[in-house]
Design a binder for this molecule. Structure first.
Ligand code: AMP
Ligand code: MG
Length: 287
C-alpha cells in the first residue's frame, strides 16, 4: 500500500474503521523503510532551502490526532534536518479568553507561516469541530442565538473551514492535513508507559482518560470532519500510527510529495545583478 491509499482528497469516502493502524497489510521491511525515511528527510531539507529562497508558496502542515498518537514526536521528526529559520511550529491549546471573544479562525491567521516557510500546526482549527463537537462546547459560547442552531452549527463550520482552506490555496499556500490514526490498544499501552515511566509522567493528565472514554465519539467526529473537508487542494492523510517508524515514513512521503508539487526554485538574478556579481568576482580574483 502506498501513500495514495491513505490520502483523502474528496474523491473517496473515508470509513475510519476500515483503515489500518500499523504496517502489517503493507508488507514492508522496517530496515528499508528507515533508509527511505532518512533519504526523504534529506530531500525535504534541500527542498525547504529552495522554498525559503523562492518565497513564492507557503506550506501549512496540520497535525491532528487522539492523545498519545505521536503528535509531538512527529513534530520533532519533521524538524530534523530542516533549517529552523524556515519553519514555524504552533500548538493549539484551549482558547484563551481573548481568543474566545473572536471568531474561531482568528487565532489561526496569527499562526500562519509567511510564504516561503513551513507552518506546522500541532492541533489546529479542526479542534473546533472535534473537541467542541464531542463535548458540545459551543452551547456555552457567548454568541447570538442565530449562530448556535443545533443542526446547522457544525455543517456551517465544515463549510467555513473548506472555504478558508480554498482561500489559503488561492493565496499561494499548500495545505497538508495529517491524522495520526492510532488504535485504542496502542493508546492504552502508551498511557501506561507514561504512568510507569517517571520521565514520562509529565505527559499524562487525568483528563486523558475521560477523553479516552469518548473514543467512539471522537472517531465519528474525525470521520465527519475529514469527509466534509477533504479536497484536492487540502487533502487529508489518515496514517497508521501504532508504529512510529512507519508513521514517520508516511509523514515524510506526504510532505515530500507536496514540496515536489510546489517545485520551488532558487531565484535567478536579473541580468544587471548577475553582471555586478561577475564584476565582484573579478575584483576579488585580482586581490
Ligand atoms: P495538549 O495538546 O495535550 O497540550 O492539549 C491541548 C488541549 O486543548 C486539548 O485537550 C485540546 O482538545 C484542547 N483544545 C484545543 N483547541 C481547542 C478548542 N478550540 N476548544 C476547546 N479545546 C481546545
Ligand atoms: Mg494532552
Amino acid at each position: 500500500m502506498s501513500l495514495k491509499n491513505y490520502c483523502f482528497d474528496g474523491s473517496q469516502k473515508l470509513s475510519l474503521h476500515k483503515l489500518p493502524h500499523d504496517s502489517k497489510k503493507d508488507n514492508v521491511n522496517k530496515e528499508t523503510i528507515l533508509a527511505k525515511t532518512a533519504k526523504n528527510e534529506q530531500e525535504i531539507s534541500l527542498l525547504q532551502d529552495k522554498l525559503y529562497a523562492d518565497g513564492k508558496e507557503g506550506l501549512l502542515i496540520v497535525l491532528q490526532a487522539m492523545d498519545a498518537a505521536g503528535k509531538d514526536s512527529t513534530v520533532k521528526h519533521v524538524m530534523t534536518g530542516v533549517n529552523p529559520q524556515g519553519i514555524d511550529v504552533y500548538s493549539f491549546k484551549q482558547p484563551s479568553k481573548e481568543e474566545m471573544s473572536h471568531d474561531f479562525l482568528w487565532r489561526v491567521n496569527k499562526a500562519l507561516p509567511a510564504r516561503g516557510k513551513i507552518g506546522l500546526l500541532n492541533r489546529s482549527y479542526y479542534e473546533d469541530v472535534l473537541v467542541v463537537k464531542v463535548h458540545n462546547l459551543y452551547k456555552t459560547y457567548n454568541m447570538a442565538e442565530r449562530c448556535l442552531e443545533d443542526k446547522a452549527f457544525f455543517e456551517k463550520r465544515y463549510r467555513h473551514i473548506s472555504n478558508y482552506e480554498e482561500y489559503l490555496y488561492d493565496s499561494s499556500y499548500r495545505i497538508v492535513k495529517i491524522f495520526l490514526n492510532v488504535s485504542k490498544d496502542a493508546q492504552k499501552k502508551r498511557f501506561l508507559e507514561r504512568i510507569n515511566d517517571k520521565e514520562k509522567n509529565w505527559k499524562f493528565s487525568s483528563s486523558d482518560l475521560s477523553e479516552r472514554a469518548l473514543w467512539d465519539d471522537y472517531q465519528e467526529a474525525y470521520e465527519d470532519a475529514i469527509n466534509s473537508t477533504a479536497s484536492k487542494h487540502a487533502p487529508w492523510y489518515v496514517l497508521p500510527a501504532d508504529q512510529k517508524w512507519y508513521t514517520r515514513y508516511l509523514v515524510s512521503e506526504a510532505i515530500l510529495k507536496t514540496l515536489k508539487e510546489i517545485d520551488p526554485q532558487y531565484p535567478k538574478l536579473p541580468d544587471e545583478q548577475a553582471a555586478l556579481l561577475q564584476k565582484s568576482k573579478e575584483a576579488l580574483d585580482k586581490e
